[in-house]
Write a protein that binds this ligand. Structure first.
Ligand code: DQA
Length: 145
């Protein structure tokens, strides 16, 4: 099984940005840990990060052409206003799980709304990077009733 983990703007600054909210583990460490975890359960996980909306859309479309089985996406601030990313997720018909490190519902009002979540199977938020593992587990097991 092939999964893609897409992380949006400023997530490459994990371990540097607002540590009280996002934690002190660095971006590369999070990617490495997720890749290793996926491998341990026989999943081939690719990681992609971009600060640009169009590149995120290109990556989602690449998942279609390259026949990925699932997408895990943390669209960062694009979550709250990118109809283009929302459309891209819908377009590819690949099961997609939205993940946020922080609990967006307990933060500023503008973060409470996700325009991308309605295109996803579901949303996980507030569990830090562990949320990415939860999403991997779900996608790995989504054939189980
Ligand atoms: C975030 C939440 C967003 O509101 C914010 O803009 C981010 C990170 C999270 O993972 O908690 O960049 O997606």
């Amino acid at each position: 099984m092939k999964l893609m983990l897409i992380q949006g703007p400023n997530l490459n600054f994990l371990g540097i940005r607002e540590k009280a909210i996002y934690g002190s583990v660095g971006f590369e460490d999070v990617c490495d840990e997720m890749t290793k975890y996926a491998k341990s359960i026989n999943i081939d996980l690719s990681c992609f990060q971009s600060n640009c909306e169009g590149e995120i859309i290109d990556c989602i479309q690449k998942c279609y052409y390259d026949k990925y089985d699932g997408i895990i996406i943390n669209p960062g601030a694009y979550t709250h206003y990118s109809y283009a990313i929302s459309d891209a997720i819908k377009s590819v018909s690949i099961p997609t799980v939205e993940v946020h490190l922080s609990n967006i519902h307990t933060r500023e009002e503008f973060r409470h709304k996700s325009v991308t979540a309605p295109s996803c199977v579901g949303q996980i938020c507030g569990f830090g990077a562990y949320g990415y593992k939860m999403a991997i587990d779900y996608l790995a097991n989504d054939k189980i009733d």
